[in-house]
Ligand binder design. Structure first.
Ligand code: CA
Length: 233
């Protein structure tokens, strides 16, 4: 069960989506335009967004850019018109996770949404990832083990620290919001329950200490979240 935001100006389609997705157990919020959607997203945390690209005033693409600046990891599925191939390409380039062409089959939408939400809960990489920095103690992470190293030295990480680090690494150079970190923790069984923003600061602090001499820093981006970046930058 996920908390979804549907942004669609067509009332009939909006109500249909709302009813169908609520029936399979999602908590659904709807918005008929971008302004309403922005106000909702500033107040609430959603697990995923269904975004119509053909919206009045604030276009769907502008909405997508707005979402990506604030919530880089939030799963977004776009709905496009059948002849809107350019829209679809632009939408995927602008960071949409998936798309459906109208008219679409409700069962397909549900299947794609479920897959998108599942992917969002997993680390976005399978093998080993090395983060470039101007040092020999480079950070290397292996998502399958899971294990992280600085140079040849293995890092000792708790489950939460690992989840936090892998989220930052897969979004290196981009902002990860507090909401995204808390959502990642909450998707782990038996962990992440009742984690507050203050507790998150503690984990960030611990992780920073473990990354000393890695040539990397976790920067606090005021009002937005955290970003893993090279200290040389
Ligand atoms: Ca529309």
């Amino acid at each position: 069960m996920s908390s979804l935001l549907i942004i669609e100006d067509d009332e009939l389609l909006r109500d249909g989506l709302n009813a169908q997705l609520a029936r399979v157990g999602h908590t659904v919020t709807t918005a008929a335009d971008g302004e309403t959607a922005q106000a909702l997203m500033e107040k609430h945390r959603f697990d995923g967004v269904v975004l119509d690209l053909g919206l009045p005033r604030i276009s769907g693409l502008d909405m997508l850019h707005w979402i990506r600046q604030r919530l880089p990891a939030l799963p977004v599925l776009i709905l496009t018109a059948r002849d809107g191939i350019d829209d679809r390409v632009q939408g995927l380039n602008a960071g949409a996770d998936d798309y459906l062409t109208k008219p679409f089959d409700m069962a397909e939408l549900q299947a794609r949404l479920a897959a998108m939400l599942r992917r969002a809960r997993l680390p976005a990489f399978g093998g080993t990832l090395e983060v470039a920095s101007n040092t020999t103690r480079r950070l290397r992470v292996d998502a399958t083990l899971p294990q992280a190293w600085l140079g040849d030295e293995a890092l000792e990480l708790t489950q939460r620290e690992w989840a936090l680090l892998s989220l930052l690494v897969t979004h290196a150079g981009r902002v990860v919001s507090r909401e995204d970190v808390l959502a990642t923790w909450q998707s782990e069984p038996g962990d992440g329950v009742g984690v507050t923003s203050n507790a998150l600061e503690v984990y960030i602090h611990r992780l920073r200490r473990k990354l000393i001499d890695s040539g990397l820093n976790i920067r606090n981006v005021r009002g937005l979240g955290y970003m893993l970046e090279s200290t040389a930058a």
